[in-house]
Design a protein around this ligand. Structure first.
Ligand SMILES: NC(=O)c1ccc[n+]([C@@H]2O[C@H](COP(=O)([O-])OP(=O)(O)OC[C@H]3O[C@@H](n4cnc5c(N)ncnc54)[C@H](OP(=O)(O)O)[C@@H]3O)[C@@H](O)[C@H]2O)c1
Length: 237
């Protein structure tokens, strides 16, 4: 039996009720894949989806909680009950402008993390990005780095940060530049060094939740950072 399978069984045995997961950004590309993985996996008995709109999916395991992210203080109860939290939230500068991008990718994410911790969540998964660095001169990587630091300050017993490269998916929303990048990268990135399918990221997060041995790089004992290659190893294992 593989170590991962053994750990999955251990987690299953730990609680007859299974794990309650909470997903932020479940209507997005990584989020949708993640919810599908959580639905398939018997270790998860309940999936709470927190978002600004309902997820277009009916399943008895799924509970939608609608919030106004501009008034998160009024929605603290939406972040209750979860043992594990997954954050796939994010926007783009093109869509939201520079201020809007920072508001979503840094402020909404860090505030949600804080309320999740207060609500009893002990393991938080954050999708950040390749190159995240608070000292970067680029808004995107700087914001992602700042978000990582703010979420670390929340003090989860276990925090898993994922830094994927270019996401490969058939995106519903039109993003011409991303589409071009995906086509170019699909042509030569045969070992996925600079890209990764969204379903692999989702698989990796689920596998890591169930694998207590999965720590890759620790800045502190309870913080794990997964670069693109690490996510690939976890996600396609
Ligand atoms: N694209 C890439 O190549 C790439 C590479 C590395 C890292 N990342 C990061 O990976 C994460 C997931 O990416 P993705 O492509 O799966 O994201 P996505 O498809 O754009 O989905 C983003 C999610 O965030 C929500 N959201 C966006 N703006 C919001 C707002 N103003 N208020 C409330 N919710 C909002 C969306 O909700 P609605 O459905 O309601 O809009 C959706 O659920 C992001 O943090 C992204 O920065 C992306």
């Amino acid at each position: 039996m593989t170590k991962r399978k053994a750990n999955m069984i251990k987690v299953n045995n730990m609680s007859s009720e299974g794990i309650t997961a909470l997903v932020l950004g479940a209507t997005g590309e990584v989020g949708k894949s993640l919810v599908q993985e959580l639905l398939k996996n018997a270790a998860f008995s309940r999936i709470i989806v927190v978002g600004r709109r309902k997820l277009d999916l009916e399943d008895e395991k799924v509970e939608n909680r609608i919030v106004d992210f501009e008034k998160l203080d009024e929605h603290k109860e939406a972040f209750q009950d979860a043992q594990v939290g997954f954050c796939c939230l994010g926007t783009t500068r093109g869509k939201a402008g520079a201020k809007g991008f920072v508001r979503v990718d840094r402020d909404y994410v860090s505030q949600s993390a804080k309320f999740l911790k207060e609500g009893g969540c002990s393991h938080f998964h954050l999708i950040s990005s390749q190159g995240a660095n608070k000292n970067s001169t680029f808004l995107y990587t700087k914001t992602k780095g700042e978000t990582e630091d703010l979420v670390k300050e929340v003090g989860f017993p276990r925090l898993s940060i994922y830094r994927p490269a270019l996401l490969l998916c058939d995106r519903e929303e039109s993003r011409p530049l991303e589409k071009i990048a995906q086509i170019v990268v699909r042509g030569f990135d045969w070992r996925n060094k600079i890209s990764i399918p969204t379903y692999t990221v989702a698989n990796a997060m689920v596998a890591n939740t169930l694998d207590s041995q999965a720590t890759v790089k620790s800045e502190e004992t309870k913080v794990e950072i997964f670069e693109n290659n690490d996510i690939l190893r976890l996600g396609i294992d």
